[in-house]
Ligand binder design. Structure first.
Ligand code: HEC
Ligand SMILES: [Cu+2]
Length: 321
């Protein structure tokens, strides 16, 4: 009954269940909810009923001195015990399935870093912020972090796993619905934690295979390539205007004078931008912390060149002056 009631209000309730496992998790949650509601009704209802039924009616009203009742005491311990063990066993079975990594799974590497998710596929194809997978195929994510502890959480699949620096953790699923599902970082990892978002894009196998071999930058100018990398990897900390975030706004950077935390200054050229991206701690801009992720090894040459050209093209807008 309750299950039906809640299911009809699905939109305002749990996110869509896009895997078989998600449905099993939901059944367990609904069961827990049902017995909790039932228990609340029994306890509160009994409480109200007894306080009316056995209320003190006169001065002389005295309750009998009951010390114990073996059968009753046994039942109110044993019945909850059976229910709890049942839930424990059920939870165990679902959890065990959650931790199962099918042998024939398609493996995708996941890297978390402040505050972005990168994905690397077997053929070398990379993507940021969007994980594309084929529908109805077991997928295994092999995950690690480039800095602090993050947690990869796909609500619609009902699975979550911590992502650690210096070691690998894994997460497996078989998506049963095509579409786009949100991914959250579920471990507070600093100022940009709430913008550490991604999307799982589930598509047909054919479509996915085509996507896998597609050149993501086909037909783009070098500065458009830079802009697309910037949108995916840098906007958690930088804006394309002069507005500050964790790092300085990058408009008007090229040709401007920069002072550094350790002293010294220079006029910004291509070499400085390149160094700032690959090895940010070499020269930390005055007034900022050494908080930028080093991008050495993470960018292809065309992406690097693209970023430099894109940053050079960012002029100070009228309203920024
Ligand atoms: C985790 C936050 C973070 C991310 C992500 C990040 N940066 Fe930074 N960035 C900073 C901070 C903080 C500074 C200032 C301190 C320093 O110089 O290291 C900075 C400085 C810079 C500078 C020098 C700016 C100046 O005013 O001299 C450039 C250029 C830059 N970042 C480019 C990038 C690009 C391009 C990306 C994406 C590929 C990126 N950053 C990603 C935080 C970040
Ligand atoms: Cu995080």
């Amino acid at each position: 009954m309750l299950y039906l009631l809640i299911n009809s209000a699905e939109a305002a309730w749990l996110p869509v269940a896009a895997t078989d496992l998600a449905k099993e998790v939901d059944q367990l949650i609904y069961f827990l909810l049902e017995i909790s509601v039932l228990a609340s009704i029994l306890v509160i209802g009994g409480f109200v009923y007894f306080s009316i039924r056995f209320r003190r009616k006169s001065e002389a009203d005295k309750p009998p001195a009951i010390t114990h009742h073996y059968l009753l005491e046994f039942l109110w311990s044993f019945i909850p015990f059976v229910i709890f063990m049942f839930v424990f066993g059920w939870g165990w079975l679902v959890y065990d399935k959650m931790r199962d990594h099918p042998k024939n799974a398609l493996e995708i590497h996941v890297y978390g870093q402040m505050w972005n998710w990168d994905f690397v596929y077997k053929n070398g194809r990379k993507s940021s912020r969007v994980l594309t997978v084929p529908v109805d195929k077991p997928v295994k994510l092999i995950m690690s972090s480039r800095d602090v502890i993050h947690s990869f959480f796909i609500p619609s699949f009902r699975i979550k796993q911590d992502v650690l620096p210096g070691s690998y953790t894994a997460l497996s699923f078989t998506a049963r619905k095509k579409g786009k599902f949100p991914v959250f970082c579920a471990e507070f990892c600093g100022a940009g934690h709430s913008s550490m978002l991604a999307t799982v894009h589930v598509m047909g196998l054919r479509e996915w295979e085509e996507w896998l071999v597609k050149d993501p930058y086909k037909g783009m100018s070098i500065s458009q390539i830079g802009e697309s990398v910037f949108q995916k990897s840098c906007t958690a900390c930088h804006t394309a205007t002069q507005e500050k975030r964790i790092g300085p706004g990058l408009a008007g950077l090229f040709g401007a004078k920069r002072e550094f935390e350790k002293g010294g200054s220079l006029v910004v050229d291509e070499n400085y931008i390149r160094e700032s991206i690959l090895n940010p701690s070499a020269r930390v801009v005055k007034g900022y912390g050494n908080m930028m992720t080093p991008f050495a090894g993470l960018l292809q040459e065309e992406e690097m060149t693209g970023l430099i050209e894109y940053i050079k093209s960012l002029k100070i807008e009228q309203k920024d002056k």
